[in-house]
Design a protein around this ligand. Structure first.
Ligand code: SF4
Ligand code: SF4
Ligand code: SF4
Ligand code: FES
Length: 667
């Protein structure tokens, strides 16, 4: 906790942290200082001159000025108000004043500040530029005529490493543009929409927002994107029961405030014809609608009478996992596999809770996050933001990755061996304890010594590793810092913590070797062809490739249609709140498990919140392990994400990306 100082704002005494900028300090005590170019989490640049305040009688820009003991700040003096009025007056002289139909009305900073200043018309000559509008993509509409040149979009895009936007020209008539003023898709844009979230006016807006409800009519829900292991927080705006837009939901200013195009625009798929909204069974080779009772009875008799197995993804909630565990146990189903088994297990994935925001050294091991390929894209963006905010980065991989190019130190080689050499460098440098660690054969290089130095200098070093190297990385964390293993699915850690563990035949044995005669598959498994089984039941929100080949399809809600909790990659228990209602006859996964148990003649209970909290809080006491990569688990290829999310992509405007942007992959 930083030192607290006493300051006065508008005549009232407050205690605030020392050395923070005046906008954040005032906000923390409920006083808003108007600002346009400031972005929480980033250094103030003093560009827009909107944030003028008086400090000890002198006018200062609040985004640059930092709190000091005894400061007297006035945010509403006549001098400050005049300056603010002048800035707003100038801005609206170059702005289309069409607030009555403008999409951003109600969430536009310029509109708010003009209203607060009482300005209806500019006192200057009105100027319009008639810049061309970029609407050549289905994601983002870019209309430079509305731009107030605050530069937020430029900064946010640069900070996360995409750097698509920049200023073109100087002074009046300059604008924000892409290199060569090309449409976004030709400028390397990933359509993450971070710039849309940052834009204070109508210059950057979701392409389909026009006349789909006003900002103040929306219901806001915070939830979780379940499409990959990053489990990003999303803010969902709904109007008349339909999702209108999705934005990054993490607290403003946090490096985690990012979502990729899949999280932002994948919601189109909820209304697509790829949805399954009623139970289906195969009749004469064709899937035909049936009742829930019939579907559940068919599946129950297959489970009772044949050698059956359950396979689930970790895209389910903790509550679903607990209910499924009870179903498998009570109904004596011998075989259970989760997709987590492809890339991890309890020993390689579960650790304590870690805080990425306070990390000042990040060591990335055996992972290749990539915003452009959309492989754990949020992790890539978060790490780049952390580096921009002065955290150090070490990348240890067996081949170069995109992030290697921005790392302080990038080491190529066998990851476990490199970790051992780093531990040895630490031991040689007198940093320990190393009792029980076998460091024999470690070959310490100059780079390992440099990493040792970075560890020494860091207050909060954090290792983010592929599960395969978790135990080796944990050895380093015994000496200093924390470690977290990155799962590939949103609730992999929760599924393991709830005790839904593989038993009987493995995922591979069931899907590839035909080891069972009935498979009950839950979620979008990474399979494009039907496994070799007599009977296949698929429980899914979408008509996936294997659902289309199934004998029975059970419709369930998509993640934004049902609630529950997950444990994310940082070990936090998080709420996944429903933003819209369950459609058609779709049930939640948990409802299906309970109904199936009934059809099987067994009783299972709905898990309580306490059950989930208790299991999510289970801690493991790691011990020193040999510096080895764990056998049998690997970070899956990009194909796994494509196939798990194929219906979200094909049922949404993301399909346009696949068609039009061969250089950008869509998970
Ligand atoms: S959508 Fe993302 S990548 Fe594209 S310009 Fe905006 S911030 Fe940059
Ligand atoms: S497009 Fe929006 S965020 Fe970017 S400079 Fe213009 S007003 Fe600011
Ligand atoms: S990075 Fe992953 S979790 Fe985050 S929005 Fe994209 S797909 Fe969803
Ligand atoms: S917010 Fe301070 S100058 Fe723009």
């Amino acid at each position: 906790m930083s030192e607290l100082v006493n300051i006065k704002i508008n005549g009232k005494d407050y205690e605030v942290p020392a050395g923070i900028n005046l906008i954040d300090a005032a906000e923390s005590v409920g006083v808003h200082i108007p600002n346009l170019c400031y972005l929480k989490g980033m250094k103030g640049i003093g560009a827009c001159r909107m944030c003028f305040v008086e400090v000890d009688g002198k006018t200062m820009t609040a985004c640059i000025m930092r709190t000091k003991k005894g400061m007297v700040i006035d945010t509403e003096s006549e001098r400050v108000k005049d300056l603010r009025r002048f800035v707003v007056d100038m801005l609206i002289s170059m702005h289309p004043l069409d607030c009555m139909t403008c999409t951003k009305a109600g969430r536009c900073s310029l509109q708010k500040y003009a209203y607060d200043c009482g300005i209806k018309e500019t006192t200057y000559n009105k100027k319009s530029f008639n810049f061309p509008v970029d609407e050549a993509n289905p994601f983002i509409k870019r209309d430079p005529d509305y731009c107030v040149l605050c530069g937020r979009c430029v900064r946010v895009c640069k900070e996360q490493g995409t750097a698509v936007l920049d200023f073109a020209g100087r002074g009046v008539g300059s604008k924000v543009s892409t290199a060569g003023d090309k449409p976004l898709q030709d400028g390397g844009c990933t359509f993450c929409g971070s710039c849309v979230d940052a834009c204070p006016v109508n210059a950057l807006v979701e392409a389909d927002r026009w006349r789909r409800g006003r900002e103040w009519e929306f219901t806001q829900t915070n939830s979780v994107c379940m499409s990959c292991g990053c489990a990003c927080e999303v803010g969902v705006s709904t109007f008349k029961g339909d999702i209108v837009k999705v934005r990054a939901g993490a607290e403003k200013g946090k490096a985690e405030a990012y979502i990729c195009a899949l999280g932002r625009y994948g919601h189109d798929s909820l209304r697509s014809d790829l949805r399954v909204l009623e139970p289906l069974k195969k009749v004469n080779g064709k899937l035909e609608p049936t009742t829930w009772d019939d579907a559940l009875n068919i599946l129950a008799s297959r489970i009772r009478e044949t050698n059956s197995g359950v396979i689930t993804t970790a895209g389910i909630t903790n509550e679903d996992a607990l209910t499924l565990k009870a179903l498998v146990q009570k109904a004596n189903i011998a075989n259970l596999a989760t997709t987590v088994g492809i890339y991890g297990d309890e020993a390689s994935l579960i650790g304590g809770q870690v805080d990425i925001d306070s990390a000042d050294l990040i060591v990335l091991v055996g992972l290749y996050p990539d915003q452009w390929m959309r492989f754990l894209p949020a992790l890539d963006a978060i790490i780049r933001k952390k580096v921009d905010r002065k955290a150090k980065l070490v990348v240890i991989n067996n081949k170069a990755s995109k992030l290697s190019s921005i790392a302080d130190i990038a080491i190529e080689g066998d990851e476990a061996e490199v970790l051992k050499a780093i531990a040895k460098a630490m031991a040689d440098g007198g940093v320990g304890p190393h009792e029980g660690m076998d460091l024999s054969g470690a070959n310490v290089t100059e780079n390992d010594e440099k990493v040792d130095k970075l560890f020494k200098e860091a207050a909060n070093p954090m290792i983010i590793t592929a599960p395969k190297f978790y135990e080796a990385a944990q050895n380093i964390a015994f000496i200093k810092g924390s470690v977290v293993a990155m799962p590939m699915e949103a609730n992999a850690k929760g599924v393991l913590l709830m005790g839904l563990k593989d038993s009987g035949k493995s995922y591979k044995e069931m899907t590839a070797a035909g080891a069972v005669s009935t498979i009950y598959a839950i979620g979008g498994l990474p399979l494009n062809v039907r496994p070799n089984v007599e009977f296949l039941a698929v429980q899914s929100a979408y008509m996936t490739a294997i659902a289309a080949e199934a004998d029975l399809v059970l419709p369930v809600c998509a993640p934004l249609e049902c609630g529950g909790s997950i444990v994310d990659y940082l070990g936090r228990l998080r709420e996944k709140t429903a933003a819209v209602e369950q459609p058609g006859e779709a049930k939640t996964n948990m409802e299906v498990f309970i109904a199936l148990a009934k059809a099987l003649g067994v009783d299972i209970e709905t898990p309580s919140r306490q059950d989930v909290e208790k299991l999510a809080a289970v801690t493991f006491n790691p011990t020193i392990k040999p510096f080895n990569g764990r056998e049998g688990i690997e970070v899956p290829g990009f194909d796994m994400f494509i196939s798990m999310n194929s219906c979200i992509v094909n049922g949404s405007r993301l399909a346009w990306l696949v068609e039009n942007m061969k250089n950008i992959q869509v998970a």
